[in-house]
Design a protein around this ligand. Structure first.
Ligand code: NAP
Ligand code: FE
Length: 367
């Protein structure tokens, strides 16, 4: 047995955790730069709590609320210029994975004179500004990961960068902030969390320590499936989803993801399919492909989710997410090439070729 497990984020979980721990905001300086999207911070109620805390602690703040879904390098670069002008001491990210990932890029760019593409060197002269992360979706686990996934228009793909200094210093997880999520986003993000835990569980880099978290995360999501299908999502279910998502983030911080995320990125980039949904549409066929190499673990996943077969898992994904849109074979070949060139392909438990990836896409698209 061997592992080297590190999570660089203090995770504080529970209703009202921002207000109850407000003294923790004071340790990072006098000027906060708040990074968020157009509406999530306001609708969730998180921004109001944070602004009240900052005012009480006499910390100044500047709000940048123009983070796009699947943020681009141009988007984070613009925000970083603002953070620099403001002279920010620390960054507060509020929102789904998009604002949280953007906050990480901004924390680096605000103190390093580099172009956004140099983020992918993963090594920076100056240590990034400290980040406080407040998720308003339950899916990416970005609040406890050292990864930031940006959209790269230059090479037409989404790509992740990160290093140990990018772990948020603190994550405040309050499930009330996810109450305002529309149904579709609730489902898509829950499926994202599920795929983190599944991919982390059956990949080459999984360890006993990460498996423990992955199993718990999958089990918690299993307990939510009925409510998701019935569209009856009570606070207790929101809490489970947020917990499962955080655990999934801890898993991938340790293991990384695999070809499933790699394949999903093209569906998002080219077809504008939400990130979690993109992964979920491919999940059954991805597990079929890996089944012989990870039989015991995939059977455990099915048990934890209370499914009798991979087919049933596929049916539930379709019931939750809808059908895979029509794909053209020329496009599939292009997506497969992008997937095989990503580092995550090496982490897949079964050796994978470009033809294997084409087949998974084709099977999922029924062509
Ligand atoms: P998202 O793109 O952050 O947000 C999706 C939509 O939900 C946005 O329109 C957002 O509004 C809205 N929203 C968020 N919280 C809400 C709330 N409480 N109430 C109402 N609306 C709300 O979605 P996401 O799935 O959480 O994040 C996806 C991104 O994370 C992708 O770029 C993906 O690649 C990345 N990701 C990162 C990691 C990692 O380890 N770092 C892992 C997996 C995925 P606003 O526009 O107002 O924000
Ligand atoms: Fe993801």
């Amino acid at each position: 047995m061997r592992f080297n497990f590190f999570i660089g984020t203090r995770a504080i979980f529970g209703d009202n955790c921002v207000i109850e721990n407000e003294m923790l905001f004071s340790q990072y300086g006098k000027k906060a730069f708040i990074v968020t999207g157009k509406s999530s911070a306001i609708e969730s109620g998180a921004l109001e709590d944070v602004c009240n805390v900052l005012t009480r602690r006499q910390i100044g703040y500047c709000i940048f609320n123009e983070i796009e879904n699947n943020p681009t390098m141009e988007n984070v670069s613009e925000a970083a210029n603002e953070a620099r002008k403001y002279g920010a001491d620390f960054i507060i990210g509020i929102g789904g994975g998009s604002p949280l990932d953007a906050a990480k890029a901004i924390a680096v760019l605000a103190v390093n004179d580099i172009s956004p593409v140099e983020l992918y060197k993963n090594s920076f002269l100056n240590i990034p500004l400290p980040i406080i992360a407040i998720p308003t979706t339950a899916g990416t686990g970005s609040e406890v990961t050292p990864y930031s996934i940006l959209t790269r228009k230059d090479i037409q793909i989404k790509m992740s960068f990160g290093n140990v200094d990018i772990f948020p210093k603190i994550a405040f997880l309050d499930a009330r902030y996810t109450d305002s999520l529309p149904y579709e986003t609730t489902v898509n993000t829950a499926v994202d969390a599920l795929t983190h835990s599944i991919e982390g569980y059956i990949c080459k880099r999984s360890t006993t320590a990460s498996d423990l978290l992955a199993e718990k995360s999958i089990e918690q999501i299993g307990l939510c499936i009925d409510s998701l299908i019935k569209k009856d999502i009570k606070h207790e279910i929101r809490e489970k989803l947020l917990y499962a998502s955080m655990l999934g983030g801890m898993v991938i911080s340790h293991t990384g993801t695999t070809i499933l995320h790699g394949m999903g990125y093209s569906l998002t980039y080219f077809l504008d399919i939400a990130h979690g949904k993109a992964n979920g549409l491919l999940l059954e066929k991805y597990l079929v492909f890996n089944y012989e190499e990870a039989k015991f673990k995939i059977d455990t996943i099915l048990k934890l989710l209370n499914f009798s077969s991979l087919k049933e898992l596929g049916n539930v994904m379709e019931a939750l997410l809808g059908e895979m849109p029509k794909l053209m074979i020329e496009d599939i070949e292009m997506y497969a090439e992008k997937t095989i060139n990503q580092r995550s392909a090496l982490n897949n438990i079964r050796e994978v070729s470009i033809n294997d990836i084409v087949k998974i896409y084709r099977d999922a698209a029924k062509i």
